[in-house]
Design a protein around this ligand. Structure first.
Ligand code: PBG
Length: 328
């Protein structure tokens, strides 16, 4: 039998040749570490593990600062802060309180890392509301888009005053990017950038995150987050956010929506991020804990696949570990 004329395997023959022709890279600077900080958790008690996210914790003040310092030393792309308040209420008051847990955490972390690590914060009410929704509710129990926007504007100003570099509006309210941008500009925070959670789907894979932030959500978010059936609509949301001033747009979750990510990357000029979310993390950790997959290889393959699909930036709970693996 004639051997094949074309032999693609030549370029796979050694690790060095494979490195030469690799189309996609994975680098520490592309990875953003999401972290949780819990109000009222003393340094004496120490960080509190999140059972559905083995290896991820609710931080105390000092363990948060240690994580931020490490992230800066590793040259990560950034740190994304989530706050868990001691008291939640119907309007999420803790979110706009300058001394609320998230705003305090921003001030602390920025004080620690300065300009060496971009500091980002989730801009959403769900961690702060007692009903667990991303916005305030009407008397009929629906999420009130425009009343929520007013609170997002205040939240943006509070986070900017605390020194945040990028705000991450994640509540999927219509017009949220425009309102946040205007609020920042009115307060002369022209340099604070908007990382918009633009195409955010109502996903079952957020499950472990709900434990991470002690969420009290009953029901679901399908009246504001997107239907998993819709890819074109994801692109539409992205384009709307860019019109409204988004500096970076994000697709979330990542793995079940790599097709959306690719379409977005091909359609826009701004940097594109993807969020490798809690359930994606938990699946790999659970399979690895059972000895069913090679944990480290699965982590790197997961992150590389998200980069290959078009993400410039990947938010991942493995950011620090992956950065260490990459320099090995
Ligand atoms: C909203 C928010 C959520 C996540 C990030 N920001 C939860 C949600 O929309 O239900 C999920 C992140 C993850 O699952 O890792 N504040």
């Amino acid at each position: 039998m004639e051997p094949p004329v074309v032999r693609p395997r030549r370029l796979r023959s050694t690790a060095a040749v494979r490195r030469l022709v690799a189309e996609t890279s994975l680098e520490a600077r592309q990875l953003v570490l999401p972290v949780f900080v819990r109000e009222g958790l003393s340094d004496g008690e120490g960080p509190r593990p999140i059972s559905s996210m083995p290896g991820v914790v609710q931080h105390t003040r000092s363990s948060l600062l240690a994580a931020a310092t490490e992230a800066a030393e590793l040259g990560l792309g950034g740190i994304m802060l989530f706050g868990i308040p001691e008291h939640k209420d119907a309007v999420g008051s803790g979110a706009i309180d300058p001394d609320g847990i998230l705003n305090r955490a921003i001030r602390d972390v920025v004080g620690e890392v300065g300009d060496t690590l971009p500091v980002m914060a989730d801009l959403c009410l769900d961690e702060f509301t007692d009903h667990g929704h991303c916005g305030v509710q009407t008397r009929e129990g629906r999420v009130d888009n425009d009343a929520t926007l007013e609170i997002y504007a205040e939240m943006a100003r509070a986070q900017a005053a605390a020194g945040v570099d990028l705000v991450g509006p994640s509540g999927m309210m219509d017009g949220q990017v425009a309102v946040v941008r205007a609020a920042l500009d009115e307060a002369s925070h022209h340099d604070v950038a908007v990382l918009a959670y633009s195409a955010k789907y109502a996903s079952a894979f957020y499950g472990p995150f709900r434990e991470a932030v002690d969420s009290s959500l009953q029901g679901d978010r399908r009246s504001y987050q997107q239907d998993p059936a819709n890819a074109r609509e994801g692109l539409r949301e992205v384009l709307l956010d860019i019109e409204q001033g988004a500096d970076i747009v994000m697709v979330k979750p990542a793995l079940p929506y790599l097709d959306v990510l690719r379409q977005v990357r091909d359609a826009v000029g701004v940097p594109v991020a993807a969020y490798n979310i809690s359930g994606e993390y938990a699946m790999v950790e659970a399979a690895a804990a059972n000895g069913w997959i090679d944990r480290e290889a699965a982590i790197l393959e997961t992150l590389l696949s998200i980069r290959r699909a078009g993400a410039d930036v990947v938010l991942t709970y493995w950011a620090a570990e992956a950065a260490r693996l990459l320099t090995r």
